[in-house]
Design a protein around this ligand. Sequence first.
Ligand code: CUK
Ligand code: CUA
Length: 660
Amino acid sequence: MSRTKIGILTVAGLAIVAMVACRGGRQAGRPSASVESLMKARGLNEADVVAALKTYTPTGKPDEYYMFASGGHSGQVLVIGVPSMRILKYIAVFTPEPWQGYGFDDETKRILADGSPKGKALTWGDSHHPALSQTNGDYDGQFLFINDKANARVAVISLKDFNTSQIVRSDLIQQDHGASAVTPNTEYVIESSQFATPLGNTYAKLDNYEQQYRGAVIFWSFDRDKGRINKEKSFAVEVPPYSQDLASSGKLASDGWVFINSFNTEEATGGTREGKPAIESGASQSDMDYMHVINWRKAAEVAASGKAKPIKDLRVIPMQTAIDEGILYFIPEPKSPHGVDVTPDGKEICVSGKLDTHETIYSFEKIKGLIDAKTFAGKDRYGVPILPFQQSIRGQVEMGLGPLHTQFDGKGYGYTTLFIESKVARWSLSDLKVIDKIPVHYNVGHLSIPGSDTEHPDGKYLVALDKWSIDRFMPVGPLLPQNLQLIDITGEKMQLLYDLPIGLGEPHYAQMIRADLVKPWAFYKPVGINPVTHDKDPFAVTSEKEARMERRGDGVHVYMTAIRSHYVPDQIVVKQGDTVHIHLTNLEQTKDATHGFAIDSYNINLSLEPGKTNNVTFVADRPGVFPFYCTEFCSALHLEMAGYLLVEPKGGTESSAAVR
Ligand code: CUK
Ligand code: CUA
């Protein structure tokens, strides 16, 4: 769009805003003839132009919020500016990503390997739920966590550089869903399994499901100073083989507790060929499943006291111990529930029943009273005490069809997605009544409001994460984009502002944070920073004079620098079979002066942001001549930023590993 057109549109918009503001006196703010003709030509109505004005963000102007959206099967996290809905970055997390050199250098290869099951390199992940770190129940802008549902991994992303710095995985569970959620001071990152398996993944027949299959809720201990999860300090709580679903941390009134909904308390495992019901119907027989109410502070004490038993690589509090110690309780929840969300004051827990038309609002005060008085309605088949349903709830909201997830705006309203209706409902927390519904397009799963899971939500925008987009965009074949829809929630009626097609799936949840709370580095400073430790890399060289090659016991070490527009050294000569360690430092201290480093046909591509040191190790197993070059258009002479790797065939006589 040309500058003049933007100008006209802006004028039009302002005029229309004025016009909308004083509906009675229309003549006051008529758009000019040229604006009217532009609107006509583009087929826009007033509402369209108002929506455009609320999202349009001129070049050079930053957004108000960062949105961190899961990238689903891509195993990545999308960073999106709100309200412009401009995509800023895909953070590589569970999947190799060439542009960022993720999974190509030694550091990020190690991160991916740490999160892989033994002997298996994973090349995809199913990222579901991002969780921003919190201090005193509010976002602190330091870290982001996200889970990989498919492979039971949890990742730590540093918001200093928007890079993944750690991935953890326990052999205890095979798959997760109730992750990630953090406790109010990010003491723990919570991950619970969805599909029950024998803990530690030993073999057991499905006939022995009730005896040998179990779920687990892992509490990953987070060391904020180190920016790392500490596996030794982490522990898990054994739970029945129900499908534990999402998790939500208590806060304020409910601080110290965590709430996890579940489904398939029927313990369906399929077996249609033997005449048993498919999991979908088998798991939908009962009218109630169980919300898990877990006292995590007590669990941490019990784990520290030595009552947890190691299974494979984690300490696990056995279910019976959790019952005896008052760690685990159940409350019935209707029917095949999905979302569980704690209100900002921590007093209530809202649960949606996928097959129920209600949202059930539990009162933590009542729950606590029942637990303290040991008023139980019974026990489940594993002996877990069940609190009486009616006495635990404050009430129910008649919501509509297929309620899934809820967010809060901090102004007294809850917002719940209705999957089957393809709508978002706004309802009042005080009288539990729906007061507005807005259609979304279509099949909405999660929704996101800035700070919804904190003590202070910032209810200005809502983003609906829609699974289907059917007729919203130009056709691109049978696999359609997902659709992220921005909704203004400041007015009496919710207003749809913008559609952002996401060409990779499937974004589940997103979290939004006010932009000024995140303070990322502009570049790595001083020169020679390791992107994972954020300390000086032991192999960094900080000037071209220090650049060199050395033959050592473990192979050839190349200490290399990059600066516009050359590498030093630019000729690397090794012998076939040599292990080559390249330690490459970008000497730049200028914003955006990123260099790349690719070696042809050796499957290597690094991203060297200014000041960063990257290490890459490979075996020069094929003789020949291999040009290397910079993959970022860094300067006018970028194409000249190149060099040669010469791999001399076995038995050759060239003097190798000399600095050229
Ligand atoms: S789940 Cu995707 S729509 Cu993994 Cu949070 Cu509900
Ligand atoms: Cu450095 Cu192109």
